[in-house]
Design a protein around this ligand. Structure first.
Ligand SMILES: [Cu+2]
Length: 173
């Protein structure tokens, strides 16, 4: 086993634990549940759904007590290379826009901002995601992005250990 395989294997239980409560009617894991807290943390550093999922249902739960305008959180999905650009544009957009630039095509999925005790659920298509692509999830609230981000993978569950390196396939057309 090489070091890459060891690292992927170490990440897997985290993703599985996050998805453990999902009650999936069809084959494969297409549902995710993520918690965020007053310590500016997500409870997951990596998330994964099966490549066979046409849609993903994600629930974000703010388990803290801070109100949304004081210390809120959202969950945003983008190509890893786009995270910094979206986050800075989001700060400029401001709280009323959910700290995200409206209509920005780089945003692959995003929840609204929630405060302590609140939850929000979104369903998003995987049509624009490439299996094995380099994606990240993050919180766009100002100052949170560096502490609240992780890897997002669209992968075949059977082939994780043999998961090939992200290919050169482009997301755009
Ligand atoms: Cu946050």
């Amino acid at each position: 086993m090489n070091t890459h395989q060891v690292r992927r294997t170490a990440l897997l239980p985290i993703a599985l634990a996050v998805a453990a409560c999902a009650d999936v009617a069809h084959a494969g894991n297409c549902q995710l549940s993520v918690e965020a807290n007053d310590m500016i943390q997500f409870n997951a550093r990596a998330l994964q759904v099966d490549a066979g999922c046409s849609e993903v249902r994600l629930t974000l739960h703010h388990v803290g007590k801070m109100e949304a305008h004081v210390l809120g959180h959202d969950w945003v999905l983008a190509r890893s290379a786009d995270v910094a650009g979206i986050a800075s544009a989001g700060i400029a957009a401001g709280f009323d826009k959910g700290y995200l630039p409206p209509g920005d095509k780089r945003i692959l999925a995003a929840t609204r901002i929630v405060g302590g005790g609140e939850s929000t659920t979104i369903t998003f298509s995987t049509a624009n995601l490439v299996p094995g692509g380099d994606y990240s999830f993050f919180c766009s609230y100002p100052g949170h992005t560096s502490m609240m981000r992780g890897r997002f993978q669209l992968a075949a569950k059977e082939s994780l250990a043999a998961n090939r390196a992200p290919g050169q396939a482009s997301v755009g057309h």
